[in-house]
Design a protein around this ligand. Structure first.
Ligand SMILES: Nc1ncnc2c1ncn2[C@@H]1O[C@H](COP(=O)(O)OP(=O)(O)OP(=O)(O)O)[C@@H](O)[C@H]1O
Ligand SMILES: [Mg+2]
Length: 604
C-alpha cells in the first residue's frame, strides 16, 4: 500500500479546521489491534488460506505427470494403476484444498463479525464522548454513516488481505518456484512479470487514492444533505421549498457523479492496462513453452502445468484488481471515521479528576471569558456569585448569553479564561459525570429519545421504579396527557420527541428533572411553551422542587420570576443590573422597560 502523505481535500468549513490528518498506518494499527484480540481465529484463517493455495500449487504437478504418462501411451495394467493412483492423489489434494478453504472462510466469518461489532461499539463510545459543540458542528446523517462505514471497512480490508492478497501471493510464489525448477527462463519470465504487475499496482494506487477519498467525501456530503432535508421537511413544505431543495440536492449529486466518474474512469484505465499485461505474459509463456518443447526441453505435461498456473494466477489477479477498488473505497471510508477518532475529545477530565463534593451548592463565575468565535465574545470578564440555596433568575434580550451561561456551568463547553466554581471546586478539575449528576437541567428545547415515555422520564434517574416515574410525571403535570395516549407510559414519542407538543415535551423534561432531584436546578425557559393555566400549576410544582436547592431560572415571561431571591439582567454577556423585582423596577432600567412592555401587554 502506498504511503499516504497527500493532505486530504478540504470539506465543510467547521470540519476542515478540526480534522486531523489520518495516516495509513493509524488505520492499520486500529484494525491490527482488533485482529490481535482474535488471534486464534486469525491463525485459522491464515492456515486455511495457506493450505488451500498449497493444494492449488501441488495439484498441477500431479496433473503434469498424469498427462506425461498418458502421452507416453503404454496401455498396460501397471501404467493404468499408476494413472488411477495419480487421479486418487489429485482427488485427495482437492478434498484437502476444499477443507482448508472451509476453515479459512468459516474462521473469517467469525473474525469479521466480531471485529465489526467491537469496532462499531468503540467508534460509538468515542463519538458520543465528543462535546456538545462537536455535534452542533457536524451533520448527524454524516456521523451515522461514518460509524457504520468504519466497521464495514474492516470487513472489506480483511476480505482483501486474507481472501485475495495473501492467497494470491502464496500462489504466485509457489507457481514461480515450481516453474523455475522446471525451466529457469520461464520461471524468471513469470517472476519478472509479477514484479512489474505489482509495481504497476503500487504506482496506480497512489494516483487512485485521492480520487477514492474525494468520492467517499462526496458520498458523505450527499447523505448529509439528504439527512438535513429530511429533518427540515416541515420547513421545506411550509415554504414551498421542494424545488429549491431538489436543486440543492441535484447540485450535490452532480459533484458526487463527477467524483464517481473520475474515480471509476481511473479504474477502467488501470484495468485496460492490466488486461494488456495479462495477455502479454500469457502469449509470451506459450511462445517460450513451444520453443522449449521444440528443443525437447519440456514435455506435454509441462504445458498443462504452465497453463494450470497461468489460469489460476490470472483468475486471482483479476479478482485482485476488483478487490483493490474495494480496498481503496474501504480505506477512504475508514479515513472519515479515523478523523473523528483522532480528534481529541474537546472537553476532557483531567487525569484522576475527583468527584465533585457538593455541599450548599454555591456557584461562582470568576472573571469568565467565553466565545464561539473570537471576534464576537459571548462573555467577557463575567463575574457572578450565587449563594447555596439561592434562587436566581437570568433575564435579558434574546442572544444575550443566558443559555450559554448555564451550558458553561454544565461544562458543555470549556471556558477560555477565568474559572467556574461549585462549592469552591473548579468545575474543570472535577469529573464531568459528577458535575452533571449534581445539576438538573431543563433545556430551552427539550429533545426526547424515540423510546417510551416511561423510559424517557426515567432517564432523569435510571434506577427509578415505575411508581417513582409516575409520581414525578404527576408533579410535572405530564400524567394527565400521558393517561390519554393509547399506550400510556408505553407510548413511543417519535424521533426527537416530535409526536408530542412543545408543552408536552417541556413537561416530560421537567418530570425528568423532578425525578433527578439534584442539588442544583437550572431551568432554561422551562415553561415557555405552556398555557397560563398549566404554567401556574407547574410553577407550583417547581416551587416545591426548588426548596433547599440552588436554582437558576431563565425566563422571558417576567411574571414567572417575580418571587426569585435575585434577578440578574444580562445584556451582551455582562450583568447590566441586578436586584429583586422591586429594586429593579425602582432602578428604572432595562428591566423596567421589559416589565412595562409585558405588563402593558397583559393589561390590553
Ligand atoms: N454553538 C454555538 N456556536 C456559535 N455561536 C453560538 C452557539 N450557541 C450560541 N451561540 C451564540 O451565542 C450567543 C448567546 O447565545 P445564547 O443561547 O446564550 O443566548 P440566550 O441569551 O439564551 O438567548 P435566548 O433568550 O434567545 O435563548 C448568541 O449570539 C448565539 O448566536
Ligand atoms: Mg437561551
Amino acid at each position: 500500500m502506498a504511503r499516504q502523505s497527500d493532505p486530504l481535500p478540504k470539506k465543510n468549513p467547521p470540519e476542515a479546521s478540526e480534522a486531523p490528518r489520518v495516516r495509513t498506518r493509524d488505520i492499520f494499527r486500529i484494525y491490527a489491534q482488533e485482529v490481535r484480540k482474535h488471534w486464534v481465529l486469525f491463525a485459522l484463517v491464515f492456515l486455511g488460506a495457506l493450505g488451500a493455495q498449497i493444494a492449488g500449487i501441488v495439484s498441477p504437478l500431479y496433473m503434469k505427470t498424469l498427462f506425461n504418462d498418458v502421452a507416453a501411451g503404454s496401455r498396460t495394467p501397471e501404467s493404468f494403476h499408476g494413472l488411477i493412483a495419480l487421479v486418487a492423489v489429485i482427488a485427495a489434494l482437492s478434498v484437502f484444498g476444499w477443507i482448508a478453504q472451509r476453515v479459512q472462510t468459516y474462521s473469517i466469518i467469525h473474525l469479521e463479525s466480531r471485529g465489526m461489532a467491537d469496532l462499531s461499539a468503540s467508534a460509538f463510545d468515542y463519538l458520543i464522548g465528543h462535546s456538545y459543540q462537536f455535534f452542533v458542528s457536524h451533520f448527524g446523517g454524516t456521523l451515522t454513516r461514518r460509524v457504520s462505514k468504519f466497521a464495514g471497512a474492516f470487513e472489506t480490508l480483511m476480505d482483501n488481505v486474507m481472501l485475495a492478497f495473501f492467497p494470491t501471493a502464496v500462489f504466485a510464489i509457489g507457481a514461480v518456484w515450481v516453474l523455475f525448477l522446471r525451466n529457469q527462463v520461464l520461471g524468471i519470465a513469470l517472476a519478472a512479470w509479477i514484479v512489474c504487475f505489482i509495481a504497476f499496482q503500487i504506482y496506480v494506487a497512489r494516483l487512485r487514492r485521492p480520487l477514492r477519498v474525494a468520492r467517499s467525501e462526496a458520498d458523505s456530503k450527499m447523505v448529509g444533505t439528504l439527512a438535513d432535508a429530511i429533518s427540515n421537511q416541515n420547513t421545506i413544505a411550509l415554504f414551498s421549498g421542494n424545488e429549491h431543495e431538489g436543486g440543492i440536492f441535484r447540485g450535490v449529486i452532480e459533484l458526487w457523479r463527477k467524483a464517481t466518474m473520475r474515480s471509476w474512469g481511473a479504474d477502467e484505465m488501470i484495468w485496460s492496462i492490466q488486461g494488456i499485461l495479462i495477455v502479454g505474459i500469457n502469449i509470451g509463456l506459450l511462445y517460450g513453452a513451444v520453443v522449449y518443447w521444440e528443443r525437447g526441453l519440456i514435455t506435454i505435461g509441462d504445458f498443462v502445468l504452465i497453463q494450470s498456473y497461468l489460469i489460476g494466477l490470472f483468475g486471482q489477479l483479476t479478482g485482485i484488481s476488483m478487490q483493490l477498488r474495494r480496498f481503496h473505497d474501504a480505506f477512504a471510508d475508514a479515513v472519515e471515521m479515523m478523523e473523528i477518532i483522532q480528534l481529541p475529545h474537546e472537553v476532557r477530565d483531567v487525569p484522576g479528576a475527583p468527584a465533585l463534593r457538593i455541599g450548599a451548592g454555591a456557584i461562582a463565575f470568576r472573571n469568565v471569558d467565553f466565545w464561539f468565535s473570537k471576534e464576537r465574545p459571548v462573555l467577557a470578564h463575567f463575574d457572578l456569585s450565587i449563594k447555596g440555596g439561592e434562587k436566581l433568575a437570568l433575564v435579558g434580550p434574546s442572544g444575550a448569553g443566558k443559555t450559554t451561561i448555564t451550558k458553561l456551568l454544565l461544562r458543555l463547553y470549556d471556558i477560555k479564561g477565568g474559572a467556574i466554581e461549585i462549592d469552591g471546586q473548579d468545575i474543570a478539575k472535577v469529573a464531568q459525570n459528577s458535575l452533571r449528576d449534581a445539576i438538573a437541567f431543563v433545556p430551552q428545547e427539550p429533545i426526547l429519545f424515540h423510546r417510551s415515555l416511561m423510559e424517557n422520564i426515567r432517564y432523569g434517574r435510571r434506577g427509578a421504579t415505575d411508581e417513582e416515574v409516575i409520581e414525578a410525571a404527576k408533579k410535572a403535570h405530564c400524567h394527565e396527557f400521558i393517561e390519554q395516549l393509547p399506550e400510556r407510559y408505553g407510548t413511543f414519542v417519535g424521533e426527537r420527541g416530535v409526536k408530542l407538543s412543545g408543552g408536552e415535551r417541556q413537561r416530560v423534561a421537567i418530570a425528568r428533572a423532578i425525578l433527578k432531584d439534584a442539588p442544583i436546578l437550572v431551568l432554561d425557559e422551562a415553561t415557555s411553551s405552556l398555557d397560563s393555566e398549566s404554567e401556574a400549576l407547574i410553577q407550583d410544582a417547581l416551587r416545591t422542587l426548588m426548596e433547599g436547592k440552588t436554582v437558576i431560572v431563565i425566563a422571558h415571561r417576567l411574571s414567572t420570576i417575580m418571587k426569585m431571591d435575585r434577578i440578574i439582567v444580562v445584556e451582551h454577556g455582562t450583568i447590566a443590573a441586578q436586584g429583586t423585582h422591586e429594586e429593579l423596577l425602582a432602578a428604572n432600567g432595562l428591566y423596567h422597560k421589559l416589565w412595562s412592555i409585558q405588563a402593558g401587554g397583559f393589561r390590553d
